[in-house]
Design a protein around this ligand. Structure first.
Ligand SMILES: Cc1cc2nc3c(=O)[nH]c(=O)nc-3n(C[C@H](O)[C@H](O)[C@H](O)COP(=O)(O)OP(=O)(O)OC[C@H]3O[C@@H](n4cnc5c(N)ncnc54)[C@H](O)[C@@H]3O)c2cc1C
Ligand SMILES: *[C@@H]1O[C@H](CO)[C@@H](O)[C@H](O)[C@H]1NC(C)=O
Ligand SMILES: *[C@@H]1O[C@H](CO)[C@@H](O)[C@H](O)[C@H]1NC(C)=O
Ligand SMILES: *[C@@H]1O[C@H](CO)[C@@H](O)[C@H](O)[C@H]1NC(C)=O
Ligand SMILES: *[C@@H]1O[C@H](CO)[C@@H](O)[C@H](O)[C@H]1NC(C)=O
Length: 523
């Protein structure tokens, strides 16, 4: 009996120590299942596992789908014909996206449409004429380099872009990663000189000629960020020129984020809006859900621009992100059997219009903080599908337009060279000029005005924010990087706390805590 009781006592002693060492699993709430929130869940699960810290992660998403601003819609509402409605392209230097594509066995979308279509690949339209048309055989840079009219500008731009991207890429690795303050890291890396001035000023300071800046770089800042060069900072302008190895995931980029969430084993609560975040006296947070329920967490990660979450944070955190202007961008996807009408672009009848029409301003027009005389940012062909529901069935092109206003029936008719009724422009007509259409208005990304400080990442004890990075660079990759950074900061804090707690336990043992006291008496 004595032996038994000693064993029992030993067991209870071990249990007492182990509950001290490993308290309940860390309860983590992530608000948002876009690139930022999914990456946070994925990386936090990995980091926590590495450190043997149990983490219980819940992801709340108010939409009924994963992906946020990275999502697809289906042409003719048929699931075999998905097309990107938001974030559509990532590039070779986007390491998180590229690695995830490989790890999760996702395939890149095929790029052979260009050769199938037998039309020039890219044209830059200034509202009066095409200032540049390229064909697919040569890369952007090969082509541009050959253009005598730009002098050394293409080469200088490429060099400048590489140097800026090189600095940015150090943010992925120690000792820069993980960073606690984006403002500090941008300064430390020498990137303030790019974020603090307009693209126009930055290019001028680096000796890049005005014609190349206006015709090529501005066409890029317009299609990517709906901005002229004088209204976007130098870093984001350079990001627009980093186009090497551009690709997309077959079936939709959102699958990267769905795979990340799946791999994280987080509990995913779609169609669930978080309406309130309340900090408690014990430093935990109660999340109020729109349906009236609530739940308690140790850490809360806000992975969406605060100003569009309709969240009440109570009490106000130490740092509240400022409301900033976002672009209001109309994205219009549609299908039509017709190619773009050369007459709409002042080309001779019968000539082929490029597959991607980007826009810039004519030299006589002073750029303002708006779209200017061309009236739209870009119009491009993305796919070619067979419309089986029309009579007779016909091969159609799937187009995307970026514009600051809703596309009108007159605009459709003008660029397609065929009549389009009001109803057709709104809803599509399966037998008509526009057989299918999807109108979407996005708060797509911040207006990337020059700035030298960025929002805090840690808003308060246990409250984190991924979306401040959007004023620095707004892409799927940078949101994912921001999520990874927050995941690492959270895990590092847990490790520090665990060390402190282990220290306390060891001290407790030395001086005879209640459990060891009991054991001594028993012995
Ligand atoms: C038209 C367009 C084109 C683009 N093109 C590109 C491109 O080619 N390449 C590229 O890299 N990037 C592109 N982008 C940008 C890219 O899509 C975004 O930067 C990125 O998807 C942002 O991810 P995020 O997770 O930070 O934010 P979001 O995707 O906005 O995710 C935030 C999520 O939080 C959810 N949420 C918000 N509030 C709440 C709440 N209270 N409760 C629960 N859930 C909430 C939202 O529903 C949303 O799903 C484009 C964007 C648009 C709109
Ligand atoms: C699209 O298809 C889905 C089923 O695939 C259906 O539930 C929905 O009503 C359709 N939407 C439209 C606009 O036809
Ligand atoms: C989303 O939730 C609401 C109730 O909160 C429900 O009425 C609706 O049907 C749900 N939508 C989907 C697609 O599940
Ligand atoms: C949370 O919900 C419970 C019931 O589920 C309720 O009793 C409690 O008051 C709620 N707390 C808050 C802070 O809303
Ligand atoms: C398309 O045209 C065919 C043949 O004229 C007709 O039978 C069909 O109803 C039309 N569909 C629509 C939606 O107008």
């Amino acid at each position: 009996m004595v032996r038994m009781s000693r064993v029992a006592s030993l067991l209870s002693f071990t249990a007492a120590v182990s509950t001290l060492q490993t308290p309940h699993a860390k309860r983590v709430a992530i608000i948002g299942a876009g690139a930022g929130g999914s990456s946070t869940a994925y990386h936090l699960a990995l980091y926590a596992n590495e450190a043997s810290i149990p983490a219980d992660i819940t992801v709340f998403e108010r939409n009924t789908y994963i992906g946020g601003r990275t999502t697809t819609v289906n042409v003719w509402n048929q699931s075999e014909f998905p097309v990107e409605l938001g974030g559509s392209i990532f590039v070779e230097v986007n390491h998180i996206m590229m690695d995830a594509m490989k790890r999760f066995g996702l395939s890149p979308a095929s790029q052979d449409l260009i050769s199938q279509l037998a039309m020039p690949e890219l044209g830059i339209w200034n509202g009066q004429e095409f200032v540049l048309i390229t064909t697919q055989e040569e890369s952007w840079w090969d082509k541009a380099k050959l253009l005598w009219k730009y002098g050394p500008a293409p080469l200088l731009t490429n060099r400048l872009m590489k140097s800026v991207v090189g600095k940015f890429l150090t943010m992925y690795d120690e000792p820069v990663f993980p960073w606690k303050s984006l403002s500090d890291v941008v300064e430390r890396l020498g990137l303030l000189e790019a974020t603090g001035v307009t693209g126009e000023q930055y290019l001028k300071a680096n000796g890049i000629g005005e014609t190349f800046a206006r015709e090529i770089i501005q066409a890029s800042t317009r299609v990517n960020y709906a901005s002229n060069l004088g209204y976007i900072h130098g870093l984001e302008a350079m990001v627009c020129m980093a186009t090497n190895g551009a690709m997309a995931i077959k079936g939709g980029n959102w699958q990267i984020f769905a795979s990340m969430l799946d791999a994280s084993s987080a509990e995913l609560r779609l169609n669930t809006t978080v309406s309130r975040v309340s900090k408690q006296k014990d430093s935990t947070y109660i999340l109020g859900i729109a349906d009236g329920s609530n739940a308690t967490f140790d850490e809360v990660i806000l992975a969406a621009p605060l100003q569009y979450t309709d969240l009440v944070i109570d009490p106000a955190p130490k740092h509240t992100p400022d409301e900033i202007p976002y672009a209001r961008l109309y994205t219009t996807l549609f299908a039509s059997p017709y190619q773009l009408d050369p007459l709409a672009f002042n080309l001779a009848p019968g000539s082929a219009v490029p597959q991607y029409v980007l826009t810039t301003l004519p030299p006589t027009e002073t750029p303002e903080d708006n779209v200017g005389s061309p009236g739209f940012y870009s119009i491009s062909i993305h796919d070619q599908y067979l419309n089986l529901d029309s009579h007779p069935p016909r091969l159609e092109f799937v187009y995307k337009i970026f514009s600051p206003m809703r596309v009108t029936p007159e605009f459709f008719a003008s660029v397609l060279g065929h009549k389009v009724s009001e109803d057709e422009a709104n809803y599509g007509d399966i037998n008509g000029t526009v057989s299918w259409v999807h109108h979407k208005i996005w708060h797509s990304y911040p207006r990337e005005y020059p700035r030298v400080t960025f929002e805090e990442i840690k808003l308060d004890e246990g409250l984190w924010y991924t979306s401040g990075i959007e004023s620095f660079i707004s892409t799927m990759e940078t949101s994912a990087l921001s999520g990874k950074n927050v995941a690492r900061l959270v895990r590092d804090e847990w490790m520090v706390k665990r060390k402190e707690e282990e220290g306390k336990v060891r001290l407790g043992n030395l001086f005879g805590g209640p459990a060891s006291q009991e054991l001594l008496e028993e012995l």
